[in-house]
Design a protein around this ligand. Structure first.
Ligand code: ADP
Ligand code: UDP
Length: 240
């Protein structure tokens, strides 16, 4: 399989076409952005760490029955993925209140939620990814039907159950995370994009220490050290 022209360059990845029309290459970049890309930086090696973390988590989820776009890693910061027609919804699942939830609803930071909360955000940089409900999603044609939205919620909750129990073994609390889905060539909904400390929040269960992009958002420490630690714990629990 050969890498061909650049299809899309986003904030954290470059997406390349290949000579197979059903496959793409996702190249993870070292760039770091936060707060609608108003805050920018770079961390050498971050792309490779996120690529390896995502690959391991996609494998874990596939083994547990979640269809994903992941095919294989071809370098330390590049993976082959199945091309998907992306659903422009960011599905956020939360176990503990923090970030925008505490700001929006006044729930104290660190409050354990009584059940996993699933939220939809419209993936649209110009509109700053607003929170939307099911009816907004249907009016915007982001999903084909109410049952497709229900499937996104079901998949979000299932992914949460699998990841929460996995990270528990790594002595990490999975606080919240964002996932994106797409439709594959057969119209099946698959988990796409990435799952990494850029898109999840992890708090060490013993010390409460943050091991995710909040370190960069709020200038709390070195993200490289934290992401390395997340990858180390993942590989330890997976036994690879
Ligand atoms: P952003 O677009 O938010 O800046 P990235 O830099 O991560 O984000 O860019 C990756 C882009 O590739 C995103 O728009 C994402 O929706 C898209 N994408 C992820 N996985 C796939 C896939 N399997 N097929 C097609 N597009 C994908
Ligand atoms: N998130 C993300 N991309 C976004 C917005 C949020 O990956 O564009 C992730 C974020 O890392 C966190 C979860 O989604 O794990 C919930 O984020 P929140 O809504 O609290 O947003 P923030 O506090 O970053 O504004």
């Amino acid at each position: 399989m050969r890498k061909k022209e650049l299809l899309y360059e986003g904030k954290a990845k470059r997406i390349w076409k290949t000579d197979d029309e059903n496959l793409l290459i996702a190249e993870f970049k070292d760039d770091l952005t936060a707060f609608d890309a108003q805050k920018k930086s770079e961390a050498k090696g971050k792309g490779a760490l996120n690529c390896q973390i995502s690959a391991n988590l996609f494998k874990l989820l596939e083994e547990n029955g979640i269809p994903t776009h992941f095919v294989e890693c071809i370098s330390e910061n590049e993976m082959v993925v199945k091309k998907a027609d992306m659903i422009m919804i960011e599905v956020v699942v939360r176990n503990i209140a923090t970030g925008s939830l505490t700001k929006r609803l006044g729930i104290p930071d660190g409050t354990k939620l009584p059940f996993a909360l699933v939220e939809f955000y419209y993936k649209n940089d110009e509109l700053h990814d607003p929170l939307i409900n099911d009816e907004h999603a249907l009016i915007l044609n982001l999903a084909q039907s109410e049952s497709e939205l229900e499937e996104l919620k079901r998949l979000g909750r299932e992914i949460n159950v699998i990841l929460k129990s996995f990270f528990d073994k790594a002595n990490l609390n999975l606080v919240d995370f964002k996932v994106e889905f797409g439709r594959d060539k057969d119209g099946k909904i698959v988990l796409a994009d990435e799952i990494s400390p850029d898109s999840c929040r992890f708090w060490d269960k013993s010390s409460g220490q943050k091991l995710d992009k909040d370190l960069f958002r709020h200038d709390l420490g070195d993200i490289k050290v934290a992401y390395e630690e997340v990858l180390r714990r993942i590989t330890e629990v997976m036994g690879v």
